[in-house]
Design a protein around this ligand. Structure first.
Ligand SMILES: Nc1nc2c(c(=O)[nH]1)N[C@H]1C(S)=C(S)[C@@H](COP(=O)(O)O)O[C@H]1N2
Ligand SMILES: [Mo]
Length: 287
């Protein structure tokens, strides 16, 4: 990809705030102390959880950086940052949460797979960018489209990071075309987070933000958008982020029996105390 490169090792990672609790170093996965979630409604970028599957990509030349929109459409098109900037800018306050959030607590009851997270693999941010529905109009896909004339029904977002789960290939995910082309769904191609340009950890120069859907579908460091007939066949859509009952036999799993997880239930956690805080038996008064 012109303008954007994906390192194959971890020697060029960005600086990170020392308060973050690191759950995995390479790739970098970290969450803030839970008090950071209640200190302010909008989570500061430094404290926002970081969930990666490979080394962080690097922009070498922002003017040459482009996203190709291709697949089941009449004409493929390269979209540059100047094209994105010239579309109306929308700001959307949305919560991003990793589907693996609270896995550490779950694994105390039953064995679960994946990186351990406490309760803070989530945050609120004010995302700024172009609506995906407006961007797709640039390639001739009208608002509220269920299917393109050539049979496209899903929109696949592909990054450039090198993920071991994809055998060194990039991270990818998809959402239905009807959601992508619905302006009210507020799906963004975001270039700002909390009023600042995205930083490298969060997807600089451009990422997807799908409000109300597990973080895994909000692809960072966007490289291409493919209009496809079936949902994305990548690892993270088909062999991860799916829910199985506790009786599942992990060694003989039939992944196709479950749909990829998209939206998630409302939940709550106490954040004014850390798990390590103890209260003495007796009367408790809250300030
Ligand atoms: N390119 C790319 N996009 C990605 C990921 C990734 O590893 N690579 N991780 C996904 C997952 S699982 C989550 S939960 C969110 C995390 O976004 P954040 O690091 O900005 O908090 O990004 C998603 N987008
Ligand atoms: Mo995630």
């Amino acid at each position: 990809m012109p303008g954007l490169i994906a390192p194959s090792d971890y020697s060029r990672e960005p600086p990170r705030h020392p308060c973050l609790k690191i759950n995995a170093k390479e790739p970098f996965n970290a969450e803030p102390p839970r008090a950071a979630l209640v200190a302010s409604y909008v989570t500061p970028v430094d404290y926002f959880y970081k969930r990666n599957h490979g080394p962080i990509p690097i922009v070498e030349d922002i003017e040459r950086y482009s996203v190709i929109i291709t697949g089941l459409i009449d004409n493929s098109k390269d979209i540059f940052m100047k094209d994105i900037w010239s579309l109306p800018k929308h700001t959307v306050t949305a919560t991003l949460q990793c589907a693996g959030n609270r896995r550490t607590a779950m694994s105390k009851t039953r064995k679960v797979r994946g990186v351990g997270w406490d309760v803070s693999a989530l945050g609120n941010a004010v995302w700024g960018g172009a609506k995906l529905a407006d961007v797709l109009e640039l390639v001739g896909i009208p608002k509220l489209t269920k299917s393109t004339p050539s049979g496209g029904k899903h929109v696949e977002f592909v990054s450039i990071d090198k993920c071991k789960e994809e055998n060194g290939g990039p991270y990818k995910a998809s959402i239905p075309l009807i959601q992508a082309t619905n302006p009210e769904a507020d799906v963004l191609l975001a270039y700002e987070m909390n009023g600042e340009p995205l930083n490298r950890d969060h997807g600089y120069p451009l990422r997807v933000v799908v409000p109300g859907v597990i973080g895994a579908r909000s692809v960072k460091w966007l490289d291409s958008i493919n209009i496809i007939a079936e949902e994305c066949q990548g690892f993270f859509m088909q062999k991860d982020y799916k829910m199985f009952p506790p009786t599942v036999d992990w060694d003989n799993i039939n992944w196709s029996t479950r749909k990829p997880q998209m939206d998630f239930p409302v939940q709550s956690a106490i954040c004014s105390l850390e798990d390590v805080n103890h209260i003495k038996p007796g009367k408790v008064s809250m300030l």
